[in-house]
Write a protein that binds this ligand. Structure first.
Ligand SMILES: NC(=O)c1ccc[n+]([C@@H]2O[C@H](COP(=O)([O-])OP(=O)(O)OC[C@H]3O[C@@H](n4cnc5c(N)ncnc54)[C@H](OP(=O)(O)O)[C@@H]3O)[C@@H](O)[C@H]2O)c1
Length: 202
């Protein structure tokens, strides 16, 4: 793991909004060892149950967002309002880099980024559900089918990410001539499962 120049003794992160994103990032920052739990803070808004959720892993919970911003070195606005974070891009990069893979993108790309990676999990959930339904239709118990479907997606994503190979090359690697896999690929491409919306088959 990258050595961080930020001192855990002096640095504090505040989350404006005690929702799902704030919880995920705070849990990740704590789990990565980047910051001690009590160097994170947030404040409850209308849903008071969120206090217990954050306190359960050691995050300070204030009564107002003003207290959060006043007590933090850096605060992240995750309250469904437009992003207001300021200057220190390197610091934000380290923060998010501690909880996952970080990519940089120009602001003009943000709509496309949102459509791809923000909304993307929903598309993948649909794909997993469809694969699992296919397995059930072919006679597998639901639990087994769902397990196989999700592990298949995880394995495929890991191979793309780890090997750096183009997904088309990886697809070619697993499609034997006249086999069932290329037959399945052909069926998928008759629909809209390709970047050209199936136009080559239209
Ligand atoms: N979830 C995702 O996968 C995802 C992915 C990418 C981006 N985002 C973006 O990240 C932001 C947060 O998403 P989320 O999923 O964490 O939403 P969320 O779970 O609904 O959390 C939003 C939080 O903000 C609080 N809040 C609302 N208005 C506030 C105010 N005026 N002052 C202080 N707190 C306030 C809410 O508190 P109450 O419920 O108590 O009102 C809630 O705890 C959104 O802009 C979202 O579009 C989310």
């Amino acid at each position: 793991m990258e050595t961080l120049s930020i001192s855990a003794e002096s640095f504090k992160v505040g989350f404006i909004g005690a929702g799902k994103m704030a919880e995920s990032i705070a849990r990740g920052v704590v789990a990565s060892g980047m910051l001690f739990p009590n160097r994170n803070s947030t404040a409850v808004h209308s849903n008071l149950n969120r206090r217990q959720v954050f306190e359960s892993f050691g995050v300070n919970v204030f009564s107002s967002s003003e207290e959060v911003s006043g007590s933090s070195s850096l605060y992240l606005s995750l309250d469904n309002e437009p992003w207001t974070t300021e200057e220190d891009g390197a610091l934000v990069a380290k923060l998010f880099g501690s909880v996952g893979k970080m990519f940089k993108a120009y602001e003009k790309m943000f709509d496309a980024v949102t459509g791809l990676s923000g909304s993307g999990p929903a598309y993948i959930f649909l794909a997993i559900e469809a694969l699992a339904d296919g397995g059930v239709a072919a006679g597998l118990p639901r639990e087994l089918s769902l397990g196989l479907a999700s592990q298949t997606v995880l394995g495929g994503a890991t191979m793309v990410s780890k090997t750096g190979k183009h997904p088309g090359v990886l697809k070619d690697d697993v499609t034997s001539p006249g086999g069932t896999t290329i037959a399945g690929v052909h069926e998928l491409e008759k629909g809209s499962w390709s970047c050209n919306n199936g136009e080559q088959n239209g």
